[in-house]
Ligand binder design. Structure first.
Ligand code: FAD
Ligand code: PYC
Length: 414
């Protein structure tokens, strides 16, 4: 695959851009691969990439029922941070955040990582105590965060009304190297790098069954025919329960819709990301000028990949208290994604009762930020049978009561 570079842009400019190659190949599936990954979202593609890069395993197919990045990876509000409370979470989210810092260079694809800083507002005394505690925990974990007072919040985000009618801003947890990245580009960059390593990314191919023999995985049935494999990774977010059912085990996962919307574009007015968990809403400004806005998850399980007026009203009403400046903006579009929620709001990266079948799911409302770290750890788990990044997130924890409770750090009401 030809490298993207300033030289390549200049060369193509001189020949009417006729020489660009397709970013990834679209092959028909072969009959067998060493590894099959189901789900070409960020986590599935990153897993394939680090299998190749870190372990030299390139006989890999990534099977996707729709188009790559068309699940939650292409539907999220792109917030990246690692200000979690528990050590195991801080480790994987900080690994991911630090990989994001150089991901564009690593993949030779501009993922537009923008470490503009993330503010998580404290609007009750309880939140003040909570965020101070997280800042202390992060200091011990080597994660750079700081508790800042209301005046500093106003300096960082001048359009904010810190004297809100119901909940004045009392302070915030500030992560200066948190931020955003272009979500599609993360999926596209990994896909291109996987394809360059000779892996097959097979789109419009639904996995409809999982074949096993003697307690060991043998392969998958798909809408393009059967495919055998040595190892199988299930990385399908909101559809994890469906795939687990095909493999003959159950997962402690609930699937719900999470929604977001963007406004019409306006001039740059906000260069940080703000999450306001008490009134409940979060907002950042995209490079195009749109205000990117999200709210809470549905209060009932469902598979409907779409938005609803009820959520728009609730989220926008909440954010207008903190940002009166947005009250007259027009909404451009809204959408939803099906997120995979565990009881402790932490992911599952684990072996399963079916030998050689692994599962990576449960990222719920917060897995975009985790993509590089999750791919790194899950690739190690699949290649070696063990990974320090994944240990705390095994399925056993639900049986043994070793929960990794991150309901607060998740930052989204559910
Ligand atoms: P996905 O990207 O959903 O990929 C799974 C893929 O599996 C899909 O493409 C699907 O088509 C495929 N699949 C399913 N079943 C099959 C099958 N039978 N055969 C083949 N393929 C199949 N996280 C953050 O960190 N920051 C945020 O700001 C943020 N905001 C969010 C806002 C919204 C509105 C939503 C919905 C989510 C948000 N998230 C956020 C969460 C984040 O998007 C997800 O945790 C993450 O994208 C999950 O990635 P994934 O690769 O696991 O799943
Ligand atoms: O995990 O930071 C997050 C997040 C923000 C919006 C949705 N999830």
């Amino acid at each position: 695959m030809k490298r993207y570079s300033a030289f390549a842009i200049a060369r193509e400019a001189l020949r009417h851009h006729a020489g660009w190659e397709r970013a990834w190949k679209s092959p028909e599936p072969r009959r067998r691969y060493d590894v099959v990954i189901v789900g070409a979202g960020g986590h599935g593609l990153a897993t394939a990439y680090y299998l190749g890069k870190n372990f030299g395993i390139t006989d890999v197919a990534v099977i996707e029922k729709g188009w790559l990045g068309g699940g939650n990876t292409g539907r999220n509000t792109t917030i990246i941070r690692s200000n979690y409370l528990q050590d195991a979470s801080a480790a994987i989210f900080e690994k991911a955040r630090s990989l994001y810092e150089t991901l564009s260079q690593d993949l030779n694809y501009n993922v537009m990582f923008s470490p503009r800083g993330v503010l998580m507002l404290a609007q009750t005394e309880h939140e003040v105590r909570g965020w101070k505690r997280t800042a202390h925990a992060n200091a011990l974990q080597g994660v750079e965060t700081e508790y800042v007072d209301a005046q500093r919040v106003k300096e960082l985000c001048p359009i904010m009304n810190i004297d809100g009618p119901r909940y004045p801003v009392l302070g915030a947890l500030w992560q200066p190297r948190g931020g955003t990245a272009r979500h599609d580009a993360v999926a596209w960059g990994y896909a291109r790098a996987c394809s360059a390593m000779g892996m097959d990314i097979i789109q419009k191919c639904e996995v409809t069954g999982i074949r096993a023999e003697g307690g060991k995985v043998r392969g998958v049935d798909t809408s393009k025919g059967p495919i055998d494999c040595g190892k199988l990774g299930l990385v399908v977010a909101g559809h994890s329960g469906v795939l687990a059912d095909m493999a003959g085990f159950r997962l402690p996962i609930e699937s719900v819709a999470l929604q977001a919307l963007v406004s019409e574009p306006i001039k740059p007015c906000m260069d940080v990301v703000v999450m306001a968990n008490t009134v409940h809403g979060y907002m950042s400004q995209s490079d195009k000028g749109e205000m990117v806005i999200g709210g809470g998850a549905d209060g009932y399980n469902n598979y409907t990949q779409r938005g609803s007026f009820h959520h728009i009203e609730e989220t926008v009403r909440a954010l207008i208290e903190t940002f009166p400046i947005i009250s007259r903006l027009k909404m451009l579009r809204q959408w939803g994604g099906i997120v995979d929620m565990t009881g402790d709001r932490s992911p599952i990266m684990s072996k399963t009762p079916l030998e050689n079948c692994f599962v990576n799911c449960g990222w719920g409302t917060g897995g975009f930020k985790a993509i590089p770290g999750s791919g790194w750890g899950f690739a190690e788990l699949m290649a070696k049978g063990q990974s320090p990044l994944c240990d705390a997130f095994s399925l056993d924890r639900f049986r043994e009561g070793r929960f990794v409770d991150e309901s607060v750090a998740a930052g989204v009401a559910h």
